[in-house]
Write a new protein. Structure first.
Length: 780
């Protein structure tokens, strides 16, 4: 279990639990800083000590394998699982590279050392500075509180007012430092998932692609690199989306008016000073108090640091709460609490007048409560006018802008959007706007549609089903994800489901033109995840769940026909697909591992034979020259090996989940899925020719005997061929195949057949690395 999220609201409470959680994050930060220093040191050793290359790489791989990412929240997406396992995979790859005696690239310093140094100095260094500021402001604030509370009420009013102003100033400084520090900690925790992994990934990629002795291993690494880049890009995309929401939440939480709103849904808790009478006098003891309004239970946790023995919490059952008269006591902000356990009232001193009012309100005291006005954004309604507006927007977009690049991602002018909405939803003449004749463009229309859906009084997927949908997206069982979301969709109100079906159908149409508009289902889900779903309470934990909202929307888009074509079998329990040969569980991607190579004498004839073997599989003159396409990592490559060797007997391949549900349907950023334009790739045995990101470890791979093709009949179309001049982006394979077919032995093919059906093997240039292309290929 990972660390609990640090809520901005906890900064105002500054509870002992908050300090303990903060300490865990600080330890994680220090561990990360030490890890980065060690990683940078080891990287320099690899670069500079060519003679000691073997030992340096071995130490570097050990350092990678020992590090583990800290977890925020209760669940990880498949992409985050990939990232968490990435260093272990890198370590295993380095050990294999060391076995092949690779040479180190000269530009490894720019790829590895500088980005890590930059992250450590700019991110971790800034966090440590904010920590110092937080500790300094904390000490000043609580010191000022103690001085402030010791002031006598008999002091002059001007002196008391001056003391109040000084305390308020220190409180504001402390709160700002605390919130800024918590925000910075979250940023470092999220950023290190890609800012630390990406340099290492680039370093490894440069090693593999620039070393002529490891061509086969480079091919084995490419699929993993693709999937990990997808995971990194998806995680970065989620981070950017979450960061904007979190920044808005942080700004709102800094505003004093949010304190009242915060206590409207949080249990009342905070610091109080309790008057304790002794034989020799009276003392005021500091407690951290929690009040449960439903059970009228007051829990007092002692906070005095001077006591040598740790005291347990005190629990009191509340009877009544009365404000203490000013003239009856020398202290300020006091109130009395009558409890069942004690015969005499217990006198408490709050930290301020506002704090006392909040405590008395929570305890049903007689003190009147004044709430600060909270601005509320104008809400839209899901009515006939709204349906008309959405239909007109969809019709306009599908008529004029369905193939426009970045549709829905590009934001329109806010002034034009508000002008369009005000005109369409004008109470005097609602809906009387012709979008085709108006001045609005595609960006304005798409932004207005998103604004309308985002401004509904309740999100389209409803608050009541939000938690169930998030839990479904977090499930490890990939069949359960789809069936549960299918079932929950039909629990939506009729209007909501009708609007959702109309919208998802439109998004499916837009995504079908992804080759032109670059909007794949995962891209679209990043945009509409926070639009169609949102939590009722805005907290940091809710912000961290946005990535799972995107997964729900992506499943709705990719499974539109299945979800909206028929109702689930049972409304009380989601339908369970028939059992598979291999359970479809999400698994981290891994790098293929080949058996140890047995090198023999390498002659010029052997080298020439290798080149000829590559040329035989090349395309003819006049055809499109294929760009480097890594082969599927669950099948051995069909090209000729680097050196002659006797291959070991082939082991049975491990079956892996083959569906887009076999991975967490996270978003990729602006990428094209060329495989959708090749429907003939599924004609071989009824299953789709594309693969998902979860694959079994490549340690079970064995090369086939020479002269034997690894592709089946009909599999040759499963490889994506792209022009070398085109820049194709990474995309995640989208569709789930049906149940696995019966396995038959692979027919033997002649070398010419293997050459014609295989992929032309080419190797990427050292800098810059080519845009990876998703390889699609069937497996047994």
């Amino acid at each position: 279990m990972g660390h609990p999220p640090l809520e901005f609201s906890d900064c105002y409470l500054d509870s002992p639990e908050f300090r303990e959680t903060l300490k865990c994050y600080e330890q994680e930060l220090e561990r990360t800083s030490k890890f980065l220093k060690e990683l940078i040191k080891d990287g320099n050793s690899v670069i500079t000590a060519i003679k000691g290359y073997s030992l340096a790489v071995q130490k570097f791989s050990q350092t990678l394998s020992m590090f583990q990412f800290g977890v925020i929240g209760d669940s990880l997406t498949d992409d985050e699982i990939n990232i968490a396992q990435s260093f272990q995979e890198f370590a295993g790859l380095l050990q294999e590279v060391e076995h092949d005696r690779m040479m180190l690239v000269q530009n490894a310093s720019d790829l590895l050392i500088k980005p890590l140094e930059k992250f450590r100095k700019e991110q971790i260094g800034v966090t440590k500075e904010k920590k110092k500021k937080f500790e300094k402001d904390s000490e000043k604030y609580y010191s000022q509180v103690d001085k402030h509370l010791n002031l006598s009420a008999k002091k002059k009013e001007s002196q008391l007012q001056e003391a109040d102003e000084l305390l308020d100033k220190e409180r504001v400084n402390f709160y700002e430092s605390s919130v800024d520090y918590v925000y910075q900690i979250h940023q470092v925790q999220d950023r290190k998932k890609f800012d630390v992994v990406e340099p290492v990934l680039a370093f490894l990629h440069s090693i593999l692609t620039l070393n002529n002795l490891t061509v086969e291993m480079t091919q084995d690494f490419m699929p993993y690199k693709q999937e990990l880049q997808l995971s990194l890009q998806n995680t970065r995309n989620h981070y950017e989306s979450t960061r904007e929401e979190m920044e808005e939440l942080m700004k709102r939480m800094k505003h004093p008016s949010q304190i009242c709103k915060m206590h409207s849904f949080l249990p009342m808790e905070g610091y109080l000073y309790c008057q304790e009478k002794w034989a020799l006098g009276v003392s005021w003891v500091k407690y951290y108090c929690k009040y449960n309004k439903e059970g009228r239970l007051l829990i007092m946790v002692p906070c005095e640091q001077k006591t040598t023995t740790k005291q347990g919490p005190t629990q009191l059952m509340l009877k009544s709460c009365i404000r203490r008269k000013t003239e009856s006591i020398d202290k300020r902000f006091c109130f009395d609490v009558e409890t069942i356990e004690r015969n005499t009232p217990v006198t408490f001193q709050a930290l301020s007048e506002g704090d006392r009012k909040l405590w008395m309100e929570a305890m049903d005291g007689k003190e009147p409560i004044y709430h600060s006005p909270i601005h509320k954004q104008a809400e839209m309604e899901l009515n006939e006018i709204g349906f008309k507006f959405v239909r007109k927007c969809i019709n306009y977009i599908e008529t004029k802008g369905v193939s426009q690049e970045g549709v829905y991602r590009t934001v329109g002018s806010n002034i034009q959007v508000q002008k369009l909405l005000n005109a369409f939803f004008d109470p005097t003449n609602p809906g009387d706007v012709d979008l085709h004749s108006s001045d609005g463009d595609i960006k304005t229309i798409t932004s207005a549609l998103k604004f309308y859906l985002r401004s509904l009084s309740e999100p389209l997927m409803t608050y009541s089903l939000h938690r169930d949908l998030i839990c479904a997206a977090k499930s490890d069982n990939l069949d359960f994800r789809l069936s549960e979301i299918h079932s929950l969709t039909y629990k939506l109100p009729e209007k909501n489901r009708e609007m959702l079906e109309m919208l998802i159908k439109h998004l499916v149409n837009v995504c079908s033109h992804s080759e032109e508009n670059l909007m794949t289902p995962s891209n679209m889900a990043v945009i509409f995840g926070p639009t169609l779903m949102r939590a009722k309470e805005e907290t940091v934990a809710a912000m961290l769940d946005i990535k799972f909202q995107n997964i729900v929307v992506e499943i709705l888009i990719e499974d539109y026909k299945k979800i909206f074509s028929y109702m689930p079998e049972d409304s009380t329990a989601p339908p369970v697909p028939p059992p598979r040969i291999t359970p479809r569980k999400r698994q981290p991607i891994t790098i293929s591992k080949r058996p140890p190579r047995v090198y023999q004498a390498l002659s010029h004839e052997h080298y020439q034979h290798t080149e000829n073997g590559q040329n035989d599989s090349s395309v003819m003159d006049g055809e499109v020259s294929p760009s480097p396409v890594p082969l599927q990592r669950t099948k051995p490559v069909s090209s000729a090996p680097l050196v002659p060797r006797e291959p070991p007997p082939r082991q049975p391949l491990m079956r892996r989940p083959a569906s887009r549900h076999d991975r967490q349907s996270d978003s990729d950023v602006g990428k094209i899925d060329d495989t959708r334009q090749r429907p003939d790739s599924s004609a071989a045995n009824g299953e789709s020719g594309v693969y998902v990101s979860r694959v079994p470890s490549f340690q079970n791979r064995r090369p086939p005997p020479k002269g034997t093709s690894t592709n089946r009949e009909g599999d040759s179309d499963g490889l994506v061929r792209t022009r070398s001049t085109e820049k194709h982006a990474i995309c995640r394979p989208p569709v789930r195949p049906p149940e696995p077919p019966s396995r038959f032995p692979t027919p033997q093919k002649t070398p010419s057949a293997a050459s014609s059906e295989g992929t032309a093997t080419s190797y990427p240039p050292p800098s810059p690395p080519p845009s990876p292309v998703t390889n699609v290929k069937k497996e047994d």
